[in-house]
Design a protein around this ligand. Structure first.
Ligand SMILES: Nc1ncnc2c1ncn2[C@@H]1O[C@H](COP(=O)(O)OP(=O)(O)OP(=O)(O)O)[C@@H](O)[C@H]1O
Ligand SMILES: [Mg+2]
Length: 365
């Protein structure tokens, strides 16, 4: 007779123990019979406890992972899916690629391998976005100079013309003025990229920033959207510039609202403290700590998957009147703050996650 599965010791899976990706082995009743050290970390639970648990203790009851498990079992072959939502209230927002493979022996057992979007991958995207933003600096300055002056002339001439036109024709001159204003607005926004001055950092209460953004949204563009706030009240202040941070979260909330369905739209703002998050970035390669996590989540249409890799690039837009500069500016400002921004998106769950440095000591500011 076989030994009870839950008594299997990690020594029986020596290779899995060394792998950096989280791996679980589950039995016929989805009871967890093995978890490698990466899985302990991933689920923030020690192996001793994990081995007493069932897969359903780790996931929400409607998690797509259950379907994947059933699929692998029925076909007796591997089943894989990208971007599986593994979020729970306890573990927060998480999306990972998952592969479920029947083990064959002992019967009914399955291996579940998780590949969470690596921080390195997120950083790459972010650093690429910074490069693209930098290349805009020169262009913005030239455009501003070459376009703004003649544009003011065109607008002025249209206004003069307007006075001499019968009122039926004034719609045309109005159109010229409106479009001139729109182009001017676009160039003003592009000029923000050329602004390389260093700014004064102060301790900023991010909750105050988010409440402000929410108020602006609710009194303007938010329509019927519902806002949900999940704040960690003990969060220390961010080292940064309040106005610029308002701009960041206003752009993110605006995009979230734009993507929402007609009814039932929800925008969730969350803050949390993650002291363990460190990155090997910075010019000297030093590791920096970005423990403040602020997320803007919406249950809207989701970012088209082909757009996702370049979403922080300038001029990427799917909107008729969008400039595609909103997220590029977000990436620039977050980068100027020494932080990181990334996006995970599937339909009905799009998350923008900003990791920011803490305003710890006076001398850091
Ligand atoms: N929360 C979201 N849900 C779905 N798609 C999004 C979301 N946020 C951004 N996007 C997509 O990313 C594109 C780029 O966003 P970005 O804010 O840079 O520009 P924009 O909103 O199109 O124009 P604007 O310059 O006016 O902000 C959007 O056009 C949209 O397709
Ligand atoms: Mg936008």
């Amino acid at each position: 007779m076989q030994a009870p599965l839950y008594r299997r010791s990690p020594a029986e899976f020596p290779i899995a123990n060394t792998l950096p990706s989280p791996i679980l082995v589950i039995g016929p009743e989805r009871d967890i019979i093995y978890a490698n050290p990466a899985a302990e970390q991933f689920f923030d639970t020690g192996a001793a406890i994990l081995l007493k648990q069932n897969l359903s203790d780790l996931l929400l009851f409607d998690s797509p992972l259950f379907q994947l498990v059933e699929q692998a079992r029925e076909r007796n072959a591997s089943a894989a899916e990208r971007d599986v939502d593994l979020s729970t209230p306890r573990h927060g927002e998480r999306i990972a690629d998952v592969t479920v493979t029947p083990l064959g022996e002992p019967e009914g057992t399955l291996v579940i391998a998780f590949a969470e979007r690596g921080l390195a991958q997120r950083m790459d995207r972010q650093l690429l976005a910074r490069g693209a933003v930098r290349s805009m600096h020169g262009m913005a300055a030239v455009l501003a100079h070459e376009i703004k002056n003649p544009l003011a002339g065109i607008r002025g001439a249209a206004q003069l013309l307007e006075e001499q036109l019968p009122s039926a024709d004034r719609a045309m001159t109005q159109l010229i003025c409106d479009e001139a204003d729109r182009i001017r607005g676009l160039i003003d926004r592009m000029e923000a990229f050329g602004d390389t001055r260093s700014f004064q950092r102060h301790p900023v209460n991010i909750h105050e920033v988010l409440s402000r953004v929410r108020r602006i949204a609710e009194s303007g563009f938010a329509g019927g959207a519902t806002f949900v706030e999940t704040f960690d009240p003990s969060l220390p202040p961010v080292a940064g510039d309040r106005d610029q941070l308002i701009q960041v979260f206003l752009n993110l909330v605006r995009n979230a609202v734009d993507a929402l369905p007609e009814s039932g739209g929800e925008v969730t703002l969350t803050t949390s403290y993650r002291p363990g998050v460190r990155f090997g970035v910075g010019t000297s390669g030093e590791r920096i700590s970005l423990p403040l996590e602020v997320t803007v989540r919406d249950n809207g249409s989701g970012v088209p998957s082909d757009l996702l890799p370049c979403i922080f690039d300038p001029f990427v837009t799917t909107k008729r009147r969008g400039s595609g500069l909103g997220l590029a500016l977000v990436a620039k400002i977050v980068g100027d703050h020494g932080g990181v921004i990334e996006c995970d998106s599937i339909p009905r769950r799009t998350i923008f996650r900003a990791l920011l440095p803490i305003a710890a000591r006076e001398e850091d500011l």
